[in-house]
Design a protein around this ligand. Structure first.
Ligand SMILES: [Zn+2]
Length: 882
């Protein structure tokens, strides 16, 4: 914790590390009161010069420094809050450093800490400097040998990266294990785990025939919840061989699940540490979304072995090099194994509901940021999700085969190196003989580009002219932007709903019915010829670029696209846009002081309702897509489309529309519910997930109006379901209704699952997201419940984040803002990373009306006025107020 002025780090100030570490030996003596770390580094000066050696270190008690075997006197080095400096070192030398740390007191969960009595580490981005003094930067890669010494009874399992090379009993009740990692790595990929853990084991034969042992370590009572994670790992390993030609390289791959974790999971070489949320699953304990999420996160961390570990980042500005690429890889994995269209819709929903707001807010930054104060604040949706979109656009531009050629070249050229996003793009350019110079602006320019499209049909010439104008709003530090290189995939629908063959003026023949237009200028026109009748354009198919697209569609045209577009993403999107037209109308009525009147909105509602009825009546097809088509735009996405956000009007308008649809289609909704009841044993195959999705979406809609018997229906599903997906949906509906069954179900649920922390998180989150007026009061009560613990990030995310990010209706009030600021202040002293993340909704104050703006700013100022504040929170809040 520090109250000193913020120090900004700039990309343009990057210099190569002045020293190389050829190898490092780490020796840990783990204890209850103190842990002693001895680090022995074989080092040499790189690139000449005779400068001092400066090592990073934070919150360390320095016990000893030895240079080439000789103990240094205190006057021979300098220590401050952030570093250890030795002014005079020879050109090559061995440096031994001994530090003392107290992992049991480390609540930041960064560095070495304890979770449920076990030791574990999290070193990305800069946690290693809380373990020992070191060159804590990703471009310093070295060979690690790690020895762990601990009490054998308390810590029977001792793990680190690489292969186990020695084990011994020390005779005094302690034992030791030595691990050697044959691959050079930066220290952010270091990991250590020690504790009372058991494992499930399996094996995988790689494409070259090597046997790899696979182990998942958990606490004993969770051994029966690892099967899905293990199967997911094997699927990921096979997929990476088949799609990218990448093989695993060590003899063992280990995953450890811990309850206290800041993020989702961490790809430490050969020893992934996971938030238990992304490992543990059984049909009765995890929802379909949990199962799919686990498969995706397991795959993501595994894929990092190549995109992140073998080829790593030169500096933290390049974070998207590994994250954007790896998110793209895990998205494609899920698309191949589950459903491509459904996955795309899911990802775009998240991007538009959350990343667009980040891109347009005070923390807006490019995919490759130019500067930061606290790197932990840049593990953002922009770096991850928009970063993945940028990689996806490259794949659109070069095609699947070209992308594989590019990735092969990238891995081959840079194996064992720490590189930049430029190097990644260069490999794609070289492998495909293309020029992506302009495209690279996606890495350097922040903000969400806007495409304004129009079309003109010339009947005599049978020609359609499509004009696309691009712009990008100013963002902090970037007043003006240069045009982006944007792949816009389009199709044209003839009046019968069929795709027109696409032939641009000047082309000899039509080429396909869906194609990617490359937009590089501020304004560009495309002339399609031999178009016999005025078509309806289908624009930005597959959401081929992360932009906001505007086209003056009429309600009729949107209904037509909903019915006929051959691109499933755009069919869904037309549905969303048609609903948005209605919702905008309703919100306006409310803001202008009126009452809701659907009939006053012209034929919009009847068009939408008719289309909605057709969706419900549809038989067969992808049920997951059907469920998505039954859902209205999210409140966050609706907010994204408004100049001034009124969260109350948004919620009430959406609720009213849900209620109207539900009343008008009650019979069909009941039919959909009945027809998709569970059949046979629970499984997570796409068809079964789809059945449950349709059934539960129908139930949710039915519960949004006061139809008779709905409470009984929900309560009966709650009691009879054999899987967590159905239980949760029933309970979610009940949590929104004030009735006895609500209290009974919540009590029953807690009673049954109080020993399962992940399930208790679901219970907390549901109550935090309830639309009942007592929600904030209930949350305050729950904070004193034994189920809640502010030191555990999963609990904070379940109760507090769910409320402030997922319940705008009940959060946006003076009491809500004060509550959030209070929690940020408390958390700042415990876990600055988690505290800084929580500030996101408050720093978005500019989007709201003046009264809300004043209230939100007052809370931000109150936080900033505190005498001690972490640099994490200080950076976010001060940028939020700037
Ligand atoms: Zn990652």
């Amino acid at each position: 914790m520090s109250s000193t002025a913020l120090k900004t780090i700039y990309l343009k100030e990057y210099t190569q590390p002045p020293f190389v570490i050829d190898r490092v030996k780490l020796h840990f003596e783990l204890g209850e009161e103190q842990t002693v770390v001895t680090t022995t580094m074989t080092m040499r000066r790189d690139g000449g010069g005779d400068g001092a050696l400066r090592l990073d270190g934070r919150h360390l008690q320095l016990l000893l420094v030895k240079l080439d075997g000789r103990v240094l006197m205190a006057k021979q080095y300098e220590v401050d809050e952030e570093s250890l400096t030795i002014p005079m070192v020879p050109d090559s030398f061995v440096l031994e450093i001994q530090t003392l740390i107290k992992p049991q007191e480390n609540t930041s969960l960064d560095g070495l800490y304890k979770s449920s009595g076990n030791f574990c580490t999290q070193c990305e981005a800069q946690g290693f400097r809380k373990i020992t003094y070191y060159l804590d930067r990703p471009d310093v890669m070295t060979l690690f040998t790690t020895t762990i010494v601990a009490d054998k009874a308390k810590y029977p399992v001792l793990l680190s990266n690489g292969n186990l090379v020695a084990q011994s009993e020390l005779g005094d009740g302690r034992h030791s294990a030595t691990w050697q990692d044959p691959f050079k790595k930066p220290c952010y990929l270091f990991a250590l785990v020690a504790g009372q853990l058991e494992f499930v084991e399996d094996s995988f034969t790689t494409m070259s025939g090597r046997q790899v042992a696979l182990r998942i370590y958990v606490e004993r009572h969770n051994l029966d919840k690892c099967d899905h994670a293990m199967q997911s790992l094997k699927r990921a390993m096979r997929w990476d061989e088949q799609v990218y030609g990448r093989e695993y390289d060590l003899d063992i791959y280990m995953i450890v699940a811990v309850d206290d974790f800041n993020m989702g999971a961490m790809e430490n070489k050969g020893l992934n540490v996971f938030n238990s949320k992304y490992v543990l699953a059984r049909p009765d304990t995890a929802t379909d979304a949990d199962f799919i999420g686990i498969e995706s996160v397991i795959a993501h961390e595994y894929f990092h072995n190549w995109s992140g570990n073998r080829v790593t980042c030169r500096d933290w500005f390049q974070l998207s090099l590994k994250e954007g690429f790896t998110v793209f890889r895990d998205q494609e994995f899920t698309s191949d194994l589950f459903s491509r269209a459904v996955k795309r819709i899911d990802d775009v929903n998240r991007l538009r509901s959350y990343q667009f707001a980040e891109d347009g807010g005070p923390m807006s930054h490019p995919v490759r940021p130019e500067s930061y104060v606290e790197i932990n604040n840049f593990y953002t949706l922009t770096v991850y999700e928009k970063g993945a979109e940028v990689v996806r656009m490259i794949s659109h531009l070069v095609g699947a085969a070209g992308f594989r050629k590019g990735s092969d070249l990238y891995f081959e050229r840079h194996d064992g190196q720490a590189v930049t996003t430029e190097d990644f793009v260069q490999a794609m350019e070289d492998a495909n003989g293309i020029d992506l110079t302009q495209f690279k602006r996606w890495y350097g320019q922040s903000g969400t580009p806007r495409l304004d499209c129009s079309s003109a049909y010339d009947a005599a010439a049978q020609r359609l002219t499509l004009t696309i104008r691009q712009s990008c709003p100013p963002t902090p530090g970037q007043a003006t932007k240069l045009p982006f290189h944007i792949p816009v995939e389009i199709g044209l629908l003839a009046p019968d709903g069929a795709d027109c063959p696409l032939q641009l003026a000047g082309e000899a023949a039509a080429m396909g019915t869906s194609r990617v237009l490359e937009c590089k200028d501020e304004v560009q026109s495309f002339q399609f010829i031999n178009i016999a009748h005025p078509p309806v354009p289908s624009l930005l198919r597959q959401f081929s670029a992360p932009v906001k697209l505007n086209y003056p569609y009429s309600s009729e045209e949107l209904a037509f696209l909903m019915a006929h577009d051959s691109d499933p993403f755009n069919r869904w999107n037309a549905n969303q846009q048609l609903a948005l037209l209605l919702l905008h109308g309703l919100i306006e009525q409310k803001i202008n002081g009126g009452t809701f009147d659907l009939q006053a909105l012209g034929n919009g509602y009847s068009l939408y309702s008719e289309a909605f009825g057709q969706i419900l009546a549809e038989q067969g097809g992808d049920l997951n897509l059907k469920a998505m088509a039954m859902a209205l735009p999210t409140e966050n996405y609706i907010a994204e489309t408004l100049a001034v956000v009124d969260p109350i009007a948004i919620h009430e308008a959406r609720w009213l529309l849900r209620g109207a649809l539900s009343r008008d289609h009650e019979a069909l909704l009941c039919e959909n519910y009945e027809n998709h009841l569970e059949q046979g044993r629970y499984n997570v195959k796409p068809e079964s997930v789809g059945r449950r999705a349709v059934k539960n979406t129908a139930l949710g809609l039915l519960a949004s109006h006061d139809g008779s018997g709905i409470i009984e229906l929900c309560y009966s599903q709650f009691n009879s379901a054999d899987n967590m997906t159905d239980v949760m949906m029933a309970l979610r509906c009940l949590t929104d209704i004030q009735c006895d069954e609500r209290q009974q179900a919540l009590a029953q649920f807690y009673d049954k699952w109080q020993g399962e922390p992940l399930i208790v998180d679901k219970w907390l989150a549901l109550q935090a997201m309830s639309r009942l007026p007592t929600t904030l009061a209930d949350i305050k009560t729950l904070m004193n419940h034994p189920a809640f613990n502010i030191k555990n990030p999963n609990k904070v995310r379940a109760l507090i984040s769910s409320f402030v990010n997922g319940n705008a209706y009940r959060f946006h009030s003076a009491e809500g803002y004060t509550f959030l600021a209070d929690q940020i202040v408390i958390l700042d002293r415990l876990n600055p990373q988690v505290a800084a993340r929580l500030a996101a909704p408050l720093i978005q104050w500019r989007r709201y009306d003046e009264a809300r703006q004043l209230l939100m700013c007052a809370e931000l100022k109150r936080i900033l006025a505190l005498p001690t504040l972490s640099s994490d929170v200080r950076e976010v809040v001060s940028k939020g107020l700037a």
